[in-house]
Design a protein around this ligand. Structure first.
Ligand code: ZN
Length: 52
């Protein structure tokens, strides 16, 4: 996934859409960016995976 698209998705999913938590790491949310997938999850259970 290229940097421009990654930045775009990070901006869109920076904050959890369920509880509004914007933290990543330290037992909070997760942010995983791989070649074809962008994954963002939150400790509340919300998660999103974008495959391109
Ligand atoms: Zn949340």
């Amino acid at each position: 996934m290229n940097a421009t698209r990654t930045m775009q998705l990070m901006k869109e999913y920076e904050v959890c859409q369920k509880c509004g938590n914007g933290h990543v790491g330290n037992g909070e949310g997760k942010l995983i960016v791989e070649d074809t997938t962008f994954h963002r999850s939150c400790k509340c259970g919300w998660e999103v995976t974008i495959e391109e």
